[in-house]
Design a protein. Structure first.
Length: 100
């Protein structure tokens, strides 16, 4: 058992040494309709980029834990977004049950 664990740890150590470090760009504040995107308090957000409407431009979806709703910011291209609106289905605002 101990030899198996040691072998697995060795493989993990060797494997991690060949993976290059991730490089990230400087953070930027996202804007929609020319205004910085802000969230109501407490501000716990779950952002996600996806081409929801199939127009080839990524839309921004931001889940807000407190109210359990998802705001859709339509993609305009080049990381520009239109005004945010609550995500709807069947004419009603979607709400995801949360802890609040």
């Amino acid at each position: 058992m101990q030899n198996t664990l040691l072998t697995q740890l060795t493989i993990l150590a060797l494997g991690s040494s060949i993976i290059p470090a991730a490089e990230f760009k400087e953070p930027v504040r996202l804007t929609a309709d020319g205004k910085t995107i802000t969230l109501p308090m407490p501000g716990y957000a779950s952002p996600y980029l996806h081409d929801l409407d199939g127009d080839g431009k990524k839309d921004l979806l931001v889940g807000q834990y407190r109210k359990g709703q998802i705001t859709l910011y339509p993609g305009l291209g080049e990381s520009n977004f239109g005004p945010g609106k609550p995500l709807q289905a069947g004419g009603e605002t979607l709400k995801i049950p949360g802890i609040w």
